[in-house]
Design a protein around this ligand. Structure first.
Ligand SMILES: [Fe+2]
Length: 123
Protein backbone atom coordinates (compact mmCIF):
# COMPACT_ATOMS: atom_id res chain seq x y z
CA UNK A 1 0.00 0.00 0.00
CA UNK A 2 1.30 3.41 -0.93
CA UNK A 3 1.29 5.98 1.85
CA UNK A 4 1.80 8.93 -0.46
CA UNK A 5 0.02 9.39 -3.73
CA UNK A 6 1.07 11.43 -6.67
CA UNK A 7 -0.05 12.06 -10.23
CA UNK A 8 -0.16 14.72 -12.91
CA UNK A 9 -1.86 17.73 -11.29
CA UNK A 10 -3.62 18.53 -14.58
CA UNK A 11 -5.49 15.22 -14.34
CA UNK A 12 -5.78 14.57 -10.61
CA UNK A 13 -7.46 17.16 -8.40
CA UNK A 14 -5.61 16.33 -5.17
CA UNK A 15 -2.05 16.96 -6.35
CA UNK A 16 -0.48 20.13 -4.95
CA UNK A 17 0.72 22.54 -7.64
CA UNK A 18 4.04 24.22 -6.79
CA UNK A 19 4.77 27.60 -8.36
CA UNK A 20 8.04 29.40 -7.65
CA UNK A 21 6.94 33.03 -7.91
CA UNK A 22 10.45 34.38 -7.45
CA UNK A 23 13.94 33.70 -6.13
CA UNK A 24 15.56 37.04 -5.69
CA UNK A 25 18.53 37.96 -3.45
CA UNK A 26 18.24 34.59 -1.77
CA UNK A 27 14.54 35.03 -0.93
CA UNK A 28 12.20 32.44 -2.39
CA UNK A 29 8.46 32.95 -2.75
CA UNK A 30 6.45 29.82 -3.43
CA UNK A 31 2.73 29.34 -3.99
CA UNK A 32 1.28 25.90 -3.41
CA UNK A 33 -2.35 25.20 -4.28
CA UNK A 34 -4.71 22.32 -4.88
CA UNK A 35 -7.25 22.27 -7.68
CA UNK A 36 -5.65 24.67 -10.13
CA UNK A 37 -6.89 22.70 -13.14
CA UNK A 38 -9.67 20.56 -11.64
CA UNK A 39 -11.24 22.09 -8.51
CA UNK A 40 -11.31 19.89 -5.43
CA UNK A 41 -14.58 19.85 -3.41
CA UNK A 42 -14.63 22.21 -0.45
CA UNK A 43 -17.38 21.10 1.92
CA UNK A 44 -17.61 20.23 5.60
CA UNK A 45 -17.48 16.53 4.66
CA UNK A 46 -14.75 16.71 2.00
CA UNK A 47 -11.96 19.28 1.81
CA UNK A 48 -8.22 19.93 1.76
CA UNK A 49 -7.17 20.27 5.41
CA UNK A 50 -3.56 21.43 5.01
CA UNK A 51 -0.60 21.96 2.71
CA UNK A 52 3.04 21.57 3.74
CA UNK A 53 6.20 22.64 1.95
CA UNK A 54 9.59 20.95 2.40
CA UNK A 55 12.93 22.06 0.99
CA UNK A 56 15.81 19.66 0.40
CA UNK A 57 18.95 21.65 -0.43
CA UNK A 58 21.09 20.12 -3.17
CA UNK A 59 23.86 17.89 -1.82
CA UNK A 60 22.60 17.95 1.78
CA UNK A 61 21.52 14.93 3.75
CA UNK A 62 18.47 16.36 5.54
CA UNK A 63 15.40 18.18 4.24
CA UNK A 64 13.81 21.13 6.03
CA UNK A 65 10.12 21.76 6.64
CA UNK A 66 9.49 25.31 5.39
CA UNK A 67 5.99 25.53 6.81
CA UNK A 68 2.45 24.30 6.89
CA UNK A 69 -0.80 26.10 6.20
CA UNK A 70 -3.97 24.78 7.81
CA UNK A 71 -7.33 25.42 6.15
CA UNK A 72 -9.79 25.73 8.99
CA UNK A 73 -13.13 26.96 7.61
CA UNK A 74 -15.17 24.33 5.74
CA UNK A 75 -18.71 25.58 5.91
CA UNK A 76 -19.69 24.34 9.36
CA UNK A 77 -21.58 26.63 11.72
CA UNK A 78 -23.81 26.30 14.75
CA UNK A 79 -26.61 25.55 12.25
CA UNK A 80 -24.76 22.44 11.00
CA UNK A 81 -22.53 21.36 8.12
CA UNK A 82 -22.30 23.58 5.03
CA UNK A 83 -24.37 26.39 6.50
CA UNK A 84 -21.84 29.16 7.20
CA UNK A 85 -20.96 29.89 3.58
CA UNK A 86 -17.34 30.36 4.71
CA UNK A 87 -14.76 28.07 3.08
CA UNK A 88 -10.97 28.46 3.20
CA UNK A 89 -9.50 27.99 -0.27
CA UNK A 90 -6.56 25.53 -0.47
CA UNK A 91 -3.90 28.06 -1.45
CA UNK A 92 -0.72 28.60 0.59
CA UNK A 93 2.15 31.06 0.21
CA UNK A 94 5.60 30.48 1.69
CA UNK A 95 8.59 32.82 1.79
CA UNK A 96 12.02 31.62 2.87
CA UNK A 97 15.70 32.32 2.34
CA UNK A 98 18.26 30.08 0.70
CA UNK A 99 21.39 30.67 -1.35
CA UNK A 100 21.37 27.04 -2.51
CA UNK A 101 19.04 25.37 -4.97
CA UNK A 102 17.42 22.06 -4.30
CA UNK A 103 14.16 20.22 -4.35
CA UNK A 104 10.81 21.66 -3.28
CA UNK A 105 8.38 19.01 -2.08
CA UNK A 106 4.76 19.74 -1.28
CA UNK A 107 2.22 17.62 0.57
CA UNK A 108 -1.52 18.15 0.58
CA UNK A 109 -3.94 16.35 2.83
CA UNK A 110 -7.56 15.64 1.86
CA UNK A 111 -9.64 14.69 4.87
CA UNK A 112 -10.99 11.59 3.10
CA UNK A 113 -8.54 10.83 0.27
CA UNK A 114 -5.26 10.96 2.16
CA UNK A 115 -1.84 12.40 1.48
CA UNK A 116 -0.70 13.65 -1.90
CA UNK A 117 2.63 15.00 -3.01
CA UNK A 118 4.42 16.78 -5.78
CA UNK A 119 7.94 18.11 -6.24
CA UNK A 120 9.88 20.54 -8.36
CA UNK A 121 13.45 21.81 -8.61
CA UNK A 122 14.47 25.16 -7.21
CA UNK A 123 17.24 26.27 -9.56
FE1 LIG B 1 -10.60 14.60 -1.77
Amino acid sequence: MELLQTADWKKEKHVPVIEVLKWDNGVVEVKVSVGKEIPHPNTTEHHIAWIELIFHPEGEKFPYVVGRTEFAAHGASVEGPNTSGVYTEPVAHFTFKTEKGGKLIAFSYCNIHGLWMNETELK
